[in-house]
Design a protein around this ligand. Structure first.
Ligand SMILES: CC(C)(COP(=O)(O)OP(=O)(O)OC[C@H]1O[C@@H](n2cnc3c(N)ncnc32)[C@H](O)[C@@H]1OP(=O)(O)O)[C@@H](O)C(=O)NCCC(=O)NCCS
Length: 288
């Protein structure tokens, strides 16, 4: 697949996607990015209604061509209005040039202008690139793990392994978010002594460490493979094992009062490791 250069993406404009032709292009891009059948595509009529009622649909346009979009609608959380961001996609050949980030930043501005300070969305916690994007580039936090959010069998080719999701919260005007979107990265805490609750073995299989059963330390670490999609192509059993073990670890840690706060990637003996950092004694409101 041909990929674009940074220079070629610099002229791409982020703006509202409006009118029938642009919304049809959003339908088509959903099919391309997620491989969705017609029945599972968010259709034009829904896009029209949601945006008329305060939802936001922004496109990344390379001249007339739609190469990315973000779509969300007004929601309600903890007694207040929130924005629920349902879909974010960038055309494969245009990725890793910050278009995803630019779409989220434009969406943030739009939502703040409506007087809403909280945005939520979900993502598959086994997808390391998405975890990096959400926690490191944007600064989300998560206090909720949802088992098979969209049911056991999702239509998308990206979701062959069930549809478990982390529900993430983006506190739009928090210092944490300002720092992350301003490029201030968070360093991984120096906690070599903490044994991860889930650890990746040399052969890429998951190990659940019972020694940390008590969940008594300040941090809980959950490791995931750097590329679950590649691993799934090699062995669907191994990918399922990762789902089972991480589901157990996240639900246990979150129900014990931890929050998913950070995510880091590093190399261990030549193997790429991605790690979630969960911390305790904080609530979502500590991040406002
Ligand atoms: C998620 C998505 C929208 C990101 O779009 P994008 O334009 O590539 O986003 P950006 O360029 O702003 O950021 C991507 C970041 O991921 C990093 N990245 C790329 N491959 C990675 C990998 N294998 N592991 C971890 N991080 C990775 C990039 O280095 C970049 O970070 P950097 O700017 O610090 O270098 C795009 O990948 C996509 O459409 N994915 C399929 C749909 C999807 O999963 N949507 C849900 C998103 S929560």
């Amino acid at each position: 697949m041909p990929t674009t250069t940074a220079a070629e993406t610099s002229s791409i404009v982020i703006r509202d996607a409006r009118g029938q032709a642009e919304m049809r292009a959003v339908e088509e891009l959903q099919k391309e990015v997620w491989g969705l059948p017609d029945l599972d595509v968010v259709p034009l009529s829904q896009l029209v209604a949601a945006t008329a009622a305060g939802g936001v649909l922004l496109g990344a346009f390379d001249r007339e061509t739609l190469v990315g979009f973000v779509y969300g609608f007004v929601g309600y959380e903890h007694g207040r209005a929130a924005h629920h961001s349902h879909m974010l996609a960038v055309k494969p050949g245009f990725r890793n040039h910050h278009l995803g980030q630019k779409l989220k930043l434009a969406q943030r501005e739009r939502v703040l202008a409506q007087g809403i300070n909280t945005m939520t969305w979900t993502f598959d916690p086994l997808q390391s690139p998405n975890a990096y994007f959400n926690f490191n580039k944007l600064g989300v936090i998560s206090d909720r793990y949802i088992i098979n959010f969209y049911g056991e069998d999702a239509a998308s080719f990206l979701h062959r392994n069930g549809t478990d999701r982390l529900w993430v919260t983006w506190r739009l005007s928090s210092r944490r978010v300002s720092e992350r979107i301003g490029g201030i990265k968070n360093a991984a805490p120096e906690i070599e002594s903490v044994v991860p609750l889930v650890q990746i073995e040399k052969d890429n299989s998951p190990r659940l460490n019972n020694s940390t059963d008590g969940l008594s330390s300040e941090y809980v670490l959950i490791e995931i493979p750097a590329d679950i999609n590649k691993l799934e192509r090699q062995s669907s059993e191994l990918a399922s094992a990762w789902r089972v073990v991480t589901r157990l670890a996240f639900t246990k840690a979150l129900s014990s009062g931890y929050l998913v706060e950070n995510f880091h990637r590093r190399s261990r003996g030549g193997q790429q490791i991605s790690t979630y950092y969960l911390s305790r004694k904080k609530s979502l409101d500590d991040f406002v």
